[in-house]
Ligand binder design. Structure first.
Ligand code: ADP
Ligand code: ADP
Ligand code: ZN
Ligand code: ZN
Length: 760
């Protein structure tokens, strides 16, 4: 078949990260899936090369003035990247954390609903901004449209076991002995020696709010005794610290006060964020707050009942947008849900909704594992959406491991053959059918077949969760068996994370949660520092070269003086964006020349930091350092030997971060581990490695609980707890608990249905 070259994005000689002169032609107007083990170079092609170059070319079209206000994109390392179309990256980065962003505002559905209420509600509060909680004309005046207010936390301010004279007031500026504090110890109306918790209702009321008519009380200050008006403790706290502009207070005072405040639902709008006029408007008896509080699925039904000839078309527009949210498997969300509380996968799918509604065509859409968090039941719907985006005339690029997504691709690019330095090549290009015949890791796994575990381990005991009712959980009591591997399953929104990450860890606070969040240490962290190998490296260099260990540290006098061991120079010019450049003095190597001249076995300390863990294992072999070999061995066990010892941890993917955290845990026993979707970012071959690792943890006497959709993990578990039957209010119940073999025979469980399908 002849193909015009302009019908393809062509990449020549790409060398980002581990890529080895990659040449690729990616068909435009098609759905292309990138596969390959984790670390093989998929992101290096799709994000670091294609997306960066597209963004860079786009920025070049702006004026100098605009360009200087945009982030800087370096030209990717490649000989040529041609025939790109503008790229839109739909990733899993959390959607802006601010509390004014909700599912309704970010998808724009809320603005349609506002129009509906302003034009057709009775009584109408005005035009559409009168229903916006981000606009002064619509927001609740009490909470400024946040739905929450801060109030003093009197449980923290007062210790009920103590008397006033004894220090019952814990807020330092009001403590016993202070000028304010004397108001309460000296008033004749209260017994200063009676524990505050024993006060009668009237006494407590007097302490907090004072009595009717002001009473005088005598207090001492430097000028001698003085009579002042009594003021209740709560009244005084609110007058001094709440009912005024906090920014007028000194930072120290603000920080202090902050520690004695709590956030609660706004007492005026009860969390609805709008003013009374907006909240009073009704359509078919329904208020706008009722609409945003209900699940999307229910709202579709309610708005479907609006048949008024004028309001009908607007309601229909809202329904169309809501149906896109439902179509992507998020019908269990409500429009008032704050986007900061969504998971990465939910956020990515919501961003997708916005693009589906747009009429853009000729774009390149890039997705990062959109199946994350999706039950196999919903992957079909995801595929439909990807194909619809393609059919509008867009090029769709997806990094994905899910066999069901790979199956609908027009074109597959398989990266490999392995990870890191052993990857970086295109090992296969073609159709999904051809891939199944191909002799690559992905091809072999697509052909493979795995049944359910036949001989599950026996539990050694159980951890109970009793009466859990957070979010959608319906008074759930369940036993999580110890000494085995348990998979918690269920469709998205069924309550898995709530059960495991909230209810379980609250009941069993000693459980170790190994998540994908960033490792909260300095930007200089590397595998070497994180695993505690750096200290040994320093001592080894000191011993072998007869110098001091401190010389080999980035924050010591051995570090390059120009860049202070950072390897880069950060220049902040007055009228331009800050620029970072590689330090010329050390050429980015971070140490002084004289330190680099000190070698062990012909290697400088920088050479050692540039070694992959695999090579470092060989290097340390000679030095008989068991601690270092054990730690490097742990990296191998979690499948991360392709990382170099000095690679900044900030460059790791979520899945890699989760596994490096696991690497520090492998020597423990009797511990309960909780992992939320540990297969994220993992190729089918990596999943085998992960399962071997989880087996090792369990065999060493630990308990492992994983939230998972990956059927290979479910089949391999000793015990399955399935939540459902559906998402949101239709979920939150246990629909099955037992071995995978019994799950195969279970009824009324979507997970069971899909397991049966997968096994043919
Ligand atoms: P994949 O997307 O297939 O998991 P990546 O493209 O993210 O793989 O990574 C390919 C290789 O490049 C890995 O060895 C990874 O550790 C390395 N790498 C990725 N980003 C960086 C970076 N910013 N600096 C150094 N190495 C990196
Ligand atoms: P799963 O992990 O099975 O996808 P979740 O436990 O995340 O499900 O969600 C269960 C239900 O609880 C859903 O209806 C979801 O919308 C709701 N929910 C989850 N987190 C929050 C939150 N922070 N605030 C309000 N509702 C939440
Ligand atoms: Zn309010
Ligand atoms: Zn330097």
């Amino acid at each position: 078949m002849h193909q015009d070259t302009h019908d393809c994005i062509t990449i020549t000689g790409a060398r980002e990260n581990n890529l080895k002169e990659v040449n690729l032609s990616i068909p435009k107007g098609r759905l292309t899936v990138f596969t390959g083990v984790s670390g093989s170079g998929k992101s290096s092609v799709v994000f670091d090369t294609i997306a960066v170059e597209s963004q860079r070319q786009l920025n070049e079209t702006f004026t100098w003035f605009v360009r200087n206000r945009l982030p800087k994109y370096e030209r990717p390392h490649a000989d040529a990247i041609e025939d790109l179309s503008p790229a839109i990256v739909v990733d899993q980065r959390p959607i802006g954390g601010h509390s004014r962003s909700t599912v309704g505002t970010m998808t724009d559905v809320y603005s349609v609903i506002r129009v509906l209420f302003s034009r057709h509600g009775t009584p109408s509060a005005g035009p559409a901004t009168a229903y916006s909680f981000n606009d002064p004309s619509g927001m609740c005046p009490r909470c400024d449209g946040l739905g929450r207010t801060v109030r003093p936390d009197y449980d923290r301010i007062l210790d009920p076991a103590k008397s006033l004279a004894d220090g019952a007031i814990l807020f330092p500026p009001f403590a016993a002995g202070t000028w304010h504090g004397q108001t309460y110890t000296n008033t004749p109306d209260l017994d200063p020696h009676k524990p505050v918790g024993h006060f009668t209702e009237a006494e407590r009321q007097f302490l907090m709010r004072g009595g009717r008519g002001r009473k005088k009380v005598s207090v001492d200050n430097t000028g001698g005794a003085r009579d002042i008006d009594y003021e209740g403790l709560a009244d005084r706290f609110e007058r001094l610290y709440l009912n005024r502009d906090l920014s007028a207070l000194a930072q120290k005072t603000r920080d202090l006060v902050q520690g004695f405040l709590v956030q609660g639902t706004c007492p005026s709008c009860h969390g609805a964020r709008l003013n009374p006029a907006a909240l009073a408007t009704r359509i078919n008896g329904l208020g706008i707050a009722d609409c945003t509080r209900m699940e999307v699925t229910d709202l579709i039904e309610e708005l479907g009942r609006v048949h008024d000839p004028v309001a009908g078309p607007i309601a229909a527009a809202a329904v169309a947008a809501l149906e896109r949210i439902e179509a992507i498997g998020l019908g269990y969300l409500s429009l008032d849900r704050e986007t900061s509380t969504l998971s990465g996968g939910e956020g990515q799918r919501l961003k997708m909704v916005r693009h589906l509604g747009s009429s853009l065509t000729g774009m390149t859409y890039i997705f990062d594992e959109p199946s994350v968090g999706l039950h196999p039941r919903d992957v079909g719907r995801l595929n439909d959406l990807l194909l619809r985006l393609r059919d509008k005339g867009n090029t769709v690029l997806v990094v994905e491991h899910d066999p069901d997504v790979i199956a609908v691709a027009d074109h597959v690019v398989d990266m490999g053959p392995a990870a890191g330095a052993d990857g970086g090549l295109v090992v296969f290009e073609g159709t999904p059918d051809e891939l199944r015949q191909a002799d690559t890791l992905t091809g072999r796994h697509l052909r493979g077949f795995r049944g359910v575990k036949e001989h599950p381990r026996e539990a050694t005991g159980g951890h109970w969760i009793r009466g859990a009712d957070l979010h959608n959980l319906k008074n759930v009591s369940v036993r999580v068996p110890t000494g085995v591997l348990t998979a918690v399953t269920g469709v998205a929104g069924s309550g898995k994370s709530t059960l495991v990450s909230k209810a379980f860890t609250e009941a069993h606070p000693d459980a170790v949660v190994v998540d994908q969040s960033s490792i909260g240490i300095s930007g200089r962290s590397t595998p070497a520092t994180y695993l505690g190998i750096m200290d040994t490296v320093r001592r080894l260099f000191a011993r072998e070269t007869g110098t001091r260990a401190s010389l080999f540290s980035f924050n010591s006098h051995g570090a390059c003086e120009r860049c202070r061991g950072r390897g880069i120079i950060y220049s902040d010019l007055a009228f331009m964006d800050p620029v970072t450049t590689t330090c010329e003095a050390c050429e980015g190597r971070r140490f002084k020349d004289e330190v680099l001249r000190l070698t062990v076995d012909g290697r400088s300390v920088v050479d050692v930091l540039e070694m992959t863990a695999e090579r470092a294992l060989d290097f340390f072999e000679r030095f008989d350092d068991t601690a270092v070999r054990r730690r490097l061995g742990a990296l191998r066990d979690v499948g991360l030997t392709y990382l170099t010892l000095g690679q900044p941890l900030s460059t790791l993917s979520g899945g890699e971060r989760q596994r490096i955290k696991l690497a520090t845990q492998l020597h423990r026993t009797g511990t309960t581990y909780v992992l939320d979707e540990p297969t994220t970012g993992l190729h089918m071959a990596d999943v085998d490695g992960l399962l071997a690792l989880l087996d090792r943890l369990v065999d060493a006497g630990n308990t492992v609980v994983v939230v998972e959709h990956n059927l290979d993990v479910v089949k391999h578990a000793d015990w399955v707890i399935d939540l459902g039957p559906d998402g949101g209010k239709h979920g939150g119940r246990i629909v099955f608990e037992g071995t995978p073999e019994r799950l195969l025979r279970a009824r009324g469980s979507f997970t069971a249905d899909h397991l049966r399908n997968a096994l043919g």
